[in-house]
Design a protein around this ligand. Sequence first.
Ligand SMILES: Nc1ncnc2c1ncn2[C@@H]1O[C@H](COP(=O)(O)OP(=O)(O)OP(=O)(O)O)[C@@H](O)[C@H]1O
Ligand SMILES: [Mg+2]
Length: 269
Amino acid sequence: MTSKPAKISVQGVTKTFALGRETFTALDDVCLDIAEHEFVTVVGPSGCGKSTLMNILAGLETPSRGRALVDGATVFGPGPERGVIFQQYALFPWLTVRQNVEFGLRTTGVPKAERRGRAEHFIELVGLERFADALPKTLSGGMRQRCAIARAYAVDPSILLMDEPFGALDALTRVKLQEQLLRTWSQDKRTVLFITHDVDEAVFLANRVIVMAARPGRIYDVIEVDPAIVRDEAFRLSPEFAALRNRVWHSVYHQEGRTASAAAGATAN
Ligand SMILES: Nc1ncnc2c1ncn2[C@@H]1O[C@H](COP(=O)(O)OP(=O)(O)OP(=O)(O)O)[C@@H](O)[C@H]1O
Ligand SMILES: [Mg+2]
């Protein structure tokens, strides 16, 4: 047990949307605590409320019931401690790669000279240095997403909220960005909530995999992954990885009956 308060705490969050005259329950009583420096992945079928959960944590949606807390304070809107990478690339089309990356730094008051240096560093980190002056429309989908990643990293948030950030990328770029994300995560002690459709990705990255179910959106299963495991190619090919993947896969594809909100409510470590 840890004595530290949860970095992120989702407490009995229900979210309903009006659907004509009916109400639609996108999230039903979701409880989830994430400790500082934890890497949590979320998988589940389309429409189970993954993006809704992330939008609530990002401060872009408000819960209908319950509350979301970051560092012990209720979330009422976006904040610089939370870097968000959306499912769809959210770049300003009229700004270049460099200007997009610098944008977040400008809004958080980083001085001009430092902005340039920091932007260069993160553009290089995602391998876009040759495209720093290009507009988003001239980049491939994967390059745009790398730009969005550089922009989120540059602000140096203590929390990264990532909604299927690598979903549109080719397999090789995806693996490279996964490894890079893990490298930066192990150095900078960020707390990460990472949504994905990809069971392999969920297992490879996580300390804990949350499986959600739909109608209503809820936490269905929680699978712990030993944080001591070195995430490398050997792990990807190991029987241990295969067993974890089978466990998550089974949970995603055989969702009947039970919920596991209570299991997820306990802080890991
Ligand atoms: N603003 C909204 N108004 C009405 N319904 C909404 C709204 N946002 C989400 N929903 C509904 O809530 C449910 C959950 O949506 P959400 O986008 O969170 O799912 P998801 O798990 O992220 O799906 P996907 O894997 O396809 O991205 C869906 O049925 C969706 O139609
Ligand atoms: Mg989504």
